[in-house]
Design a protein around this ligand. Structure first.
Ligand SMILES: *Cc1c(COP(=O)(O)O)cnc(C)c1O
Length: 237
């Protein structure tokens, strides 16, 4: 199938899962995870209807920005972020989805203050409690969220999670449900004007339909749109 057909298929699946759960499909936006893709492929995805691109790697993103590859779409940063690279990200992307520590939150606030912007962010939650994953523990979310809301140069928009790789179909639904509850709780507690905290980012190629059934508003999909990626660290052939 072509890229355009893949995008259409994933959008249809999102809409079907939403309806099944009694949700309005318009509440969910597909984020195309564009790591290792070329600027031309990114442009083709946007031409075929992708409205948000999600990038993992600062260097690739900076090159694509120089190419103006994201024109016509929004840009999210979804990968692991080192504080020494923040100047290439803060103020350059619409949303940083992967804020998984107080240290990173403070550094984003400092960089945003320095450049005179307010940076939209999500808190990344390590919902599966995996040692290898970044993100904060679910129990620490309320405290970090309160802190984020108190900072003048960041705007908390919600939560993001990358649950463990599901061994069987549906295995991640309890994690998605847990995320939804956390999201509902912080929104009730901290969303003063009831509009700021509106993003729950969860679900990837293997499980985005379950994520939608459990309340995702953003799903980050790469492989199901672009096909398999080469192993990490290798350039795309
Ligand atoms: C690569 C990536 C995705 C998409 O993964 P697929 O399994 O290819 O759909 C989603 N979220 C993050 C943070 C990623 O790095």
């Amino acid at each position: 199938m072509s890229l355009a057909e893949n995008i259409q298929k994933v959008e249809e699946n999102i809409a079907a899962a939403a309806r099944e759960a009694g949700r309005d499909p318009g509440e969910i936006t597909l984020v195309a995870a564009t790591k290792v893709q070329t600027s031309d492929t990114i442009r083709a995805a946007i031409a075929a209807g992708v409205s948000i691109c999600g990038e993992n790697r600062v260097q690739e993103m900076t090159a694509h920005l120089a190419d103006d590859a994201y024109a016509g779409a929004k840009l999210h940063f979804i990968g692991h972020l080192q504080t020494n690279k923040l100047k290439f990200v803060v103020g350059k992307v619409d949303l940083i989805e992967s804020v998984g520590s107080e240290h990173l939150l403070d550094a984003i606030e400092a960089q945003a203050a320095k450049t005179g912007v307010v940076q939209d962010i999500l808190i990344e939650v390590n919902v599966g409690g995996e040692e290898s994953k970044s993100g904060i523990a679910p129990a620490e979310v309320p405290t970090l969220a309160e802190k984020a809301v108190s900072l003048p140069h960041v705007r908390l928009r919600g939560l993001m999670a990358i649950p463990p790789v599901a061994e069987t179909e549906g295995a991640n639904r309890p994690f998605f449900a847990e995320m939804r509850q956390l999201f509902v709780d912080i929104k009730a507690k901290l969303d003063d004007n009831k509009t700021d905290i509106d993003c729950l980012s969860m679900g990837m190629s293997r499980d985005y339909e379950d994520a939608v059934r459990e309340g995702a508003t953003l799903v980050r999909v790469g492989t199901a749109l672009f096909g398999p990626r080469p192993p990490m660290g290798q350039p795309k052939a």
